[in-house]
Design a protein around this ligand. Sequence first.
Ligand SMILES: [Zn+2]
Length: 160
Amino acid sequence: MTGLWDQPGVPHKGWRCVGMEDLEEPTGRCEMCGREEIRYVHFMDHDDHPTALEVGCVCAEKMEDDLVGPRRRERGLLNQARRRRNWVTRQWRTSAKGNLTLNTDGRRFVVRLDGRHWKAHLLDGERWLGGRKRFDSEEAAKLALFDFVFPVEAPTSAHR
Ligand SMILES: [Zn+2]
Protein backbone atom coordinates (compact mmCIF):
# COMPACT_ATOMS: atom_id res chain seq x y z
CA MET A 1 0.00 0.00 0.00
CA THR A 2 1.05 3.57 -0.50
CA GLY A 3 0.13 7.12 0.35
CA LEU A 4 -1.70 7.82 3.58
CA TRP A 5 -2.21 4.11 4.11
CA ASP A 6 1.43 3.94 5.21
CA GLN A 7 1.41 7.14 7.21
CA PRO A 8 1.38 6.60 10.97
CA GLY A 9 -1.65 8.03 12.76
CA VAL A 10 -3.98 7.80 9.79
CA PRO A 11 -6.84 5.46 10.71
CA HIS A 12 -7.49 2.57 8.34
CA LYS A 13 -11.03 1.79 9.40
CA GLY A 14 -14.02 3.53 10.91
CA TRP A 15 -14.38 6.21 8.24
CA ARG A 16 -17.77 7.32 7.07
CA CYS A 17 -18.84 8.88 3.81
CA VAL A 18 -20.20 12.40 4.22
CA GLY A 19 -20.75 13.26 0.57
CA MET A 20 -20.02 12.43 -3.02
CA GLU A 21 -19.23 14.22 -6.23
CA ASP A 22 -19.26 13.14 -9.85
CA LEU A 23 -16.34 14.76 -11.70
CA GLU A 24 -17.78 13.40 -14.98
CA GLU A 25 -14.27 12.37 -16.09
CA PRO A 26 -11.60 10.42 -14.21
CA THR A 27 -9.67 13.58 -13.40
CA GLY A 28 -9.38 13.21 -9.64
CA ARG A 29 -6.79 11.39 -7.60
CA CYS A 30 -7.47 9.47 -4.44
CA GLU A 31 -5.96 11.23 -1.41
CA MET A 32 -5.71 8.02 0.56
CA CYS A 33 -3.57 5.88 -1.76
CA GLY A 34 -2.35 8.70 -4.00
CA ARG A 35 -2.66 6.44 -7.03
CA GLU A 36 -6.28 5.67 -7.82
CA GLU A 37 -7.64 7.92 -10.59
CA ILE A 38 -11.17 8.78 -9.73
CA ARG A 39 -14.31 10.06 -11.34
CA TYR A 40 -16.57 9.58 -8.32
CA VAL A 41 -15.18 11.27 -5.25
CA HIS A 42 -16.15 9.83 -1.87
CA PHE A 43 -15.68 12.42 0.88
CA MET A 44 -14.59 10.48 3.94
CA ASP A 45 -14.62 11.70 7.50
CA HIS A 46 -13.13 10.27 10.69
CA ASP A 47 -13.24 11.47 14.30
CA ASP A 48 -9.51 10.80 14.70
CA HIS A 49 -8.40 12.57 11.55
CA PRO A 50 -8.28 16.37 11.26
CA THR A 51 -9.54 16.66 7.67
CA ALA A 52 -11.94 14.88 5.36
CA LEU A 53 -10.31 12.95 2.53
CA GLU A 54 -11.39 12.72 -1.10
CA VAL A 55 -10.96 9.10 -2.10
CA GLY A 56 -11.87 6.55 -4.73
CA CYS A 57 -14.14 3.54 -4.48
CA VAL A 58 -11.42 0.99 -3.74
CA CYS A 59 -10.08 2.91 -0.76
CA ALA A 60 -13.59 3.85 0.42
CA GLU A 61 -14.45 0.16 0.61
CA LYS A 62 -11.48 -0.48 2.88
CA MET A 63 -11.93 2.66 4.98
CA GLU A 64 -15.59 1.86 5.62
CA ASP A 65 -14.94 -1.86 5.78
CA ASP A 66 -17.87 -2.20 3.40
CA LEU A 67 -17.63 -3.89 0.01
CA VAL A 68 -21.15 -2.95 -1.08
CA GLY A 69 -21.99 0.58 0.04
CA PRO A 70 -19.41 2.66 -1.88
CA ARG A 71 -20.14 0.94 -5.21
CA ARG A 72 -23.87 1.30 -4.64
CA ARG A 73 -23.41 5.02 -3.95
CA GLU A 74 -21.62 5.41 -7.27
CA ARG A 75 -24.39 3.62 -9.16
CA GLY A 76 -27.00 5.81 -7.47
CA LEU A 77 -25.13 8.94 -8.51
CA LEU A 78 -24.78 7.67 -12.08
CA ASN A 79 -28.50 6.85 -12.36
CA GLN A 80 -29.40 10.21 -10.91
CA ALA A 81 -27.21 12.04 -13.44
CA ARG A 82 -28.66 10.06 -16.34
CA ARG A 83 -32.21 10.66 -15.19
CA ARG A 84 -31.55 14.37 -14.74
CA ARG A 85 -30.12 14.64 -18.28
CA ASN A 86 -33.18 12.92 -19.76
CA TRP A 87 -35.61 14.93 -17.67
CA VAL A 88 -35.50 18.01 -19.86
CA THR A 89 -36.23 16.12 -23.08
CA ARG A 90 -39.01 13.89 -21.78
CA GLN A 91 -42.50 14.13 -23.26
CA TRP A 92 -43.62 17.43 -21.77
CA ARG A 93 -47.03 18.22 -23.22
CA THR A 94 -48.09 21.68 -24.23
CA SER A 95 -51.40 22.79 -22.77
CA ALA A 96 -53.91 25.07 -24.48
CA LYS A 97 -52.42 27.96 -22.52
CA GLY A 98 -48.94 27.08 -23.70
CA ASN A 99 -47.76 25.63 -20.40
CA LEU A 100 -45.51 22.59 -20.50
CA THR A 101 -46.77 19.74 -18.37
CA LEU A 102 -45.29 16.41 -17.36
CA ASN A 103 -47.17 13.87 -15.26
CA THR A 104 -44.85 11.38 -13.60
CA ASP A 105 -44.06 9.81 -10.22
CA GLY A 106 -47.55 10.68 -8.97
CA ARG A 107 -47.01 14.39 -9.52
CA ARG A 108 -47.71 17.01 -12.12
CA PHE A 109 -44.83 19.23 -13.18
CA VAL A 110 -45.54 22.48 -14.99
CA VAL A 111 -43.27 25.13 -16.43
CA ARG A 112 -44.63 28.24 -18.05
CA LEU A 113 -43.39 31.42 -19.62
CA ASP A 114 -44.28 34.49 -17.60
CA GLY A 115 -43.19 37.61 -19.41
CA ARG A 116 -39.53 37.09 -20.19
CA HIS A 117 -38.98 34.50 -17.48
CA TRP A 118 -39.95 30.91 -16.82
CA LYS A 119 -41.73 29.72 -13.74
CA ALA A 120 -41.89 26.23 -12.28
CA HIS A 121 -44.88 24.67 -10.56
CA LEU A 122 -45.50 21.33 -8.98
CA LEU A 123 -48.79 19.67 -8.10
CA ASP A 124 -48.08 17.27 -5.25
CA GLY A 125 -51.31 15.65 -4.11
CA GLU A 126 -53.68 18.55 -3.71
CA ARG A 127 -50.99 21.12 -3.18
CA TRP A 128 -49.43 23.42 -5.75
CA LEU A 129 -45.84 24.32 -4.92
CA GLY A 130 -43.37 26.75 -6.42
CA GLY A 131 -44.12 29.48 -8.89
CA ARG A 132 -42.34 32.28 -7.06
CA LYS A 133 -38.88 31.88 -8.49
CA ARG A 134 -38.05 33.11 -12.00
CA PHE A 135 -35.79 31.23 -14.38
CA ASP A 136 -33.97 32.41 -17.47
CA SER A 137 -34.75 29.33 -19.50
CA GLU A 138 -37.26 26.54 -19.87
CA GLU A 139 -34.49 24.05 -19.13
CA ALA A 140 -33.50 25.77 -15.87
CA ALA A 141 -37.13 25.72 -14.69
CA LYS A 142 -37.46 22.01 -15.49
CA LEU A 143 -34.20 21.15 -13.74
CA ALA A 144 -35.22 23.13 -10.65
CA LEU A 145 -38.29 20.93 -10.40
CA PHE A 146 -36.19 17.80 -10.80
CA ASP A 147 -33.70 18.83 -8.12
CA PHE A 148 -36.51 19.71 -5.73
CA VAL A 149 -38.31 16.39 -6.09
CA PHE A 150 -35.35 14.07 -6.66
CA PRO A 151 -32.46 15.37 -4.58
CA VAL A 152 -29.20 13.41 -4.57
CA GLU A 153 -29.52 10.77 -1.88
CA ALA A 154 -27.50 11.34 1.23
CA PRO A 155 -24.75 8.76 1.55
CA THR A 156 -25.39 6.03 4.03
CA SER A 157 -22.75 4.19 5.97
CA ALA A 158 -22.84 1.02 8.00
CA HIS A 159 -20.82 2.80 10.68
CA ARG A 160 -23.38 5.50 11.50
ZN1 LIG B 1 -7.33 5.11 -3.19
